[in-house]
Write a protein that binds this ligand. Sequence first.
Ligand code: ATP
Ligand code: MG
Length: 559
Amino acid sequence: MNTKVEKNSNFICQIINKDFKKNKELSFRTRFPPEPNGYLHIGHAKSICLNFELANIYKGKCNLRFDDTNPTKENIKYIKSIKNDINWLGYKWHGKTHYTSEYFSQLYQYAKELIKKNLAYIDQLTKEEIRIFRGTLTTPGKNSPYRNRTIKENIELFKKMKRGEFSEGEACLRAKIDMSSSFIIMRDPVLYRIISTEHHQTQKKWCIYPMYDFAHCLSDSIEGITHSLCTLEFQDNKSLYNWILQNTSVKKYPKQYEFSRLNLEFSILSKRKLKILIKQNIIKKWDDPRIPTISGLRRKGYTSSSIREFCQKIGVTKQNHLIQFSILEHCIRKELNQTAIRTMAVLEPIKISLYNLDENHKEIFIVPNHPKNPELGTHEVIFSKTIYIERSDFKEKYDKQYKRLKLGEEIRLRYAYIIKAEKIEKDKHNNITSIICYCDLNTLGKKPKNKKNPAVIHWISVKNIFPAEFRLYNQLFTTKNPDQKKDFLSYINPESLIKKKGFIEKTIAIKINKNITDKNEKLYFQFERIGYFCIDNLDSKKNQLIFNRTVSLRDSYKI
Ligand code: ATP
Ligand code: MG
């Protein structure tokens, strides 16, 4: 699949093209800067594809840098999963993995530089007071009473902060810029705060931590990032990004450019809110197939190429849109249409007895695994007197609209014969236990002249069944834009997961069982007429197969 981005694909490329015109030797470098405070989601995939693809096409480099400036929210397990997801998406970062925490000593020196230039001071207002003093969009802020401390005093207090002689919230370092700036971000932003939690990389070495705005631009500069790409919410932060670079002794001046973040229908793309879903037991874990984390999508059956294709399709602009979920589904459907093995599965079985066949009747049909790609091979389908069809493929009561099996009418069994439903058997609760049918043995591979062409349904012979669980996923939310709803938890779809117990073809199950212990080997199927499925590598065991529905055969999302 062609997922290559080209040199004219978006507005960022145009900026880079100009930069290269000015400087042919430009050593182009981007970075992907995740906070290790959760798993990656499809929004991050957009940023990953952009940063890594640009590095590819401009023969530059893309760094991976963990933005680890808040140890209270971070965890090593997130670092592992993020690296794994980036690799799975098909990208390799340049050189070693970077951490903002590697630069803590340098950042501390840069902070001291600002103090020495009288451009930063130690404030001792409380968090709440700082907020009130900051003012609003319509009213200017007020200077802190600590703003005019001497440089010497500030240096001493900053050292004291570093030595752990203040407790959390008692002091912080603020830039001295302009409390009446029209950019609220420029009203003496906090640069350093005290956090007394042990850090996963630096352990107990530090108790003061730089804020994102201070650390990010300087880390970009230290790493020689030329184009620092972020989402539109950071537009205002750019003035601070540039202010810090201009007022410290950095050697390199990266530039920040913003693009619109991905918003996807029916989806929450915020780690904080995803954590709430897990905490409240609405979903199981970060890899629940109902959420658009990379691990959830992978488990649902999405391939890395389909996600890359999606990211390319939606493009990169400065306009915020809500992207249709069907675009994501289109990408995986298109791919699986070419690659998935066709086979039959019955999710809600009902028995059919072909009364004119012998108990020992057994025929083997060799059927293609793919209608258009003979390279995918063939498999055997067994036909016999007793078979299962889908409960929804039969209707007892007459219904003119209904095109599948009806009492007194005919239907074609996929790859096999035309049968006619003549009688039904019921149990004492009036449930149908089996449908008694006549099998027209003259109809294999041909259409008798005197008959209409009936609809085709899938089936499995009792001689070829293997039990399986099927997990059918629907959207987790009953609203298209849950991320915009304050009470997003009141829009949970109670039918987001439906489990069915039915059968797959034994001939296929044997092959799957051989591979089931290989967690990396993913097998994709099209269960004819039902949808694309993959084996759930996490919950399946040998002989206990569980399938996740990746996507239905046609676009069918309803709420
Ligand atoms: P979240 O809101 O999910 O917590 P975040 O922005 O805090 O996301 P980070 O780990 O800081 O998550 O993000 C790493 C990179 O991914 C950043 O450059 C960020 O701009 C980008 N990113 C995050 N979410 C999206 C999104 N929905 N669309 C595009 N890029 C995104
Ligand atoms: Mg963030």
